[in-house]
Design a protein around this ligand. Sequence first.
Ligand SMILES: Nc1nc2c(c(=O)[nH]1)N[C@H]1C(S)=C(S)[C@@H](COP(=O)(O)O)O[C@H]1N2
Ligand SMILES: [Mo]
Length: 201
Amino acid sequence: MTSDTTRGFVGKRRERSQDLPPGQHLTDGFPVLSTGPTPQVNKNDWELVIRTGPDTSTRWTWQDFMALPISTVVTDIHCVTSWSKLGTRWRGVSLDVLLKDVRTSDQYVMAHSYGGYRTNLALEDLRGDKAWIVFEHDGAELTPEHGGPARLLVPHLYFWKSAKWIHGFVTQEHNTPGLWERNGYHLHGDPWREERYARWS
Ligand SMILES: Nc1nc2c(c(=O)[nH]1)N[C@H]1C(S)=C(S)[C@@H](COP(=O)(O)O)O[C@H]1N2
Ligand SMILES: [Mo]
């Protein structure tokens, strides 16, 4: 089964600064921002894991994953270093699909990437058709430097939350900070509220 949803603004490219969150400017390119080397993740070895407890997890191989309903997403993205890109186009699987049968009383997750990157998120920021695991950008396979074979896309939050080379999620009772969050970035990261840095940093 395949479903196709389109979000955001299609066709009409918005260029006015009022469309940008405060303190952001437009970029035409697609900068690469990675803390370390790009991990080489082979699709044959790739798996996506959602763990809700020590003995409870749901897993998808690449083949399982590609059999899930695929969405097309057109959306703006906002990096905390102040560049924004409007109308970026992706294909991937909605977190609603992946979380459908996941039962937990936890309200948060830690997203884990191949290579060791981690970022914390509230489950409510992953549900409601606003987060995807994407494998295609602008009509082409996602390149390794942009997070291929698959990355998280949570465009309503600053782009550091969109973990590249996503490996999976571990649910957590408390909103334990990820890598950037431990170093002073905001726990939530809403660009429209300029949640760049934690108040105590
Ligand atoms: N695994 C991983 N994911 C990551 C990062 C990273 O260093 N490692 N950087 C984050 C940051 S700060 C941004 S702005 C975006 C950059 O994505 P891009 O390189 O595709 O532009 O990825 C986010 N996801
Ligand atoms: Mo970023």
